[in-house]
Design a protein around this ligand. Structure first.
Ligand code: CA
Length: 239
């Protein structure tokens, strides 16, 4: 899940960025309206958190541009303007929610999760083989066992589960789970996949995470119908 924070106040942007990253989201920060419009043009965000008072333009203009596209991300306005008509104007212009500064981070996070859920066409319960990810409660189980994952591990696994059976390049994984600063550091994906495998695959006979040579990784359950005689030659070797 990738979130764009449009905020010119460095202190608030840092606070939001740290908090949301800690919750497992990838964050980009745009310090002004023009950058925000550019970013939303270049990248598919899952959510935009939008300040209204920006140095170069009214945040409502940014909202207008995002809403002008057919399948734009949900927008949460986060603004110091608490007046009723700003709130109404924001919602009338297509914002999905509105919060007033100062705000409690836990409340913001709850609303962010609610919006992401709403914009999510895929179910919150993802399953591959006996591995189940409850993306709402951020809970992972394999069979009867609960598995604890760090936020980034969870982010990678959730992304792979949403794209099960589809090979994902290291760059795709980095772009979905990390922030722009990590561009080019695709080796980090290998490190995290190793961690993930040690938690969800190593102790189980059926491996779910597969290395796709020349591309990256894919998650997929071994095919039940391909139940060939047990010749000790597994189709999907972990590697
Ligand atoms: Ca501002």
């Amino acid at each position: 899940m990738r979130i764009l924070v449009v905020e010119d106040e460095r202190r608030i942007a840092d606070f939001l960025g740290r908090g949301l990253q800690g919750a497992g989201y990838a964050i980009d920060v745009a310090p002004d309206g023009a950058t925000a419009i550019q970013f939303t043009h270049d990248t598919d965000y899952d959510l935009v958190i939008l300040d209204l008072m920006l140095p170069d333009m009214d945040g409502l203009k940014v909202l207008e541009r995002i809403r002008g596209r057919p399948s734009g991300p949900p927008v949460l306005i986060l603004s110091a303007r608490g007046q009723l008509d700003d709130r109404v104007k924001g919602l009338e212009n297509g914002a999905d929610d509105y919060m007033t500064k100062p705000f409690a981070f836990v409340e913001l996070l709850a609303r962010v999760r609610a919006l992401l859920r709403r914009g999510q066409p895929t179910p919150e319960r993802l399953q591959v083989g006996d591995l189940v990810v409850d993306s709402l409660r951020r809970k992972v189980t394999r069979g009867a066992e609960t598995i604890d994952l760090a936020p980034k591990e969870f982010g990678i696994l959730e992304y792979m589960m949403r794209n099960k059976g589809r090979p994902l390049s290291r760059t795709m994984i980095v772009e979905h789970v990390w922030d722009m600063d990590y561009d080019g550091l695709t080796n980090i994906v290998d490190v995290y996949i190793r961690h993930l495998r040690s938690k969800i695959d190593d102790r189980y006979p059926e491996k779910l995470i597969h290395t796709v040579r020349g591309i990256g990784y894919m998650i997929e359950a071994p095919e039940k119908s391909a139940n060939k005689p047990e010749s000790g030659n597994p189709m999907h070797a972990a590697g």
